[in-house]
Design a protein around this ligand. Sequence first.
Ligand SMILES: [Zn+2]
Length: 249
Amino acid sequence: MSSTRRQFVTTLAATATAGTGAGWIWGAHAASHGGGGGKVKPGADAALIVVDVQNCFVTGGTLPVKDGEQVVPVINRIAPAFASIVVTQDWHTPGHASFASAHAGKKPFDSIMLKYGNQVLWPDHCVQGTDDASLHKDLKLPTAQLVIRKGYNKGVDSYSAFMEADGKTVTGLAGYLKARGIKTVFVTGLATDFCVSWTAQDARKAGFGVYVIEDACRAIDLNGSLAAAWKAMEKAGCKRIQSGDLATA
Ligand SMILES: [Zn+2]
């Protein structure tokens, strides 16, 4: 374990022991309190991750998240505060294993057991190269450096931008971020309780500090999945903030 890593773990342990889980664990790394009102200021080693803000997940798409398009102006507003921005796209093959249509007798929102575990089945969505899979036209992220696509292996879903649902096939995002010196990520997009949550939790597993910007996300909330997702994210050490908590100037 490197000394930096050890120090990070020690800091986490100390914070947990002190019972101040709501504090800004990563303040020294990437987000310092600004002069005014205790705002979080993303540093040079922070990245904004914009998860799946695609036509399929907004009104008129194949798998619309309620009010999904409302994340667009929030993300556009906070983006200038970040030196590094990564955008993700759900990017499925036709007949993908996560589609209900690929399984006889199944309908959307049923679940099924696949080789790697339980899989919620969805309507066909975000098929590679379709307009449905394109990024929302109003998303204005001219400084984004990387678009990472996921879910392109036909037999495996990938809610997470870091790791496919088999729990072992990586997308390469962690390596990219580490190679660029990123220590903290701020996660936004769609949907809070699936791709945002899995991405945020996997970012913690990969050793990053994680903030989830709640009002820059919208949820599907399937059978209590939203509350469960927040619980899991908080347990993993992800910090829930609002876009107004960021020092964007
Ligand atoms: Zn998908």
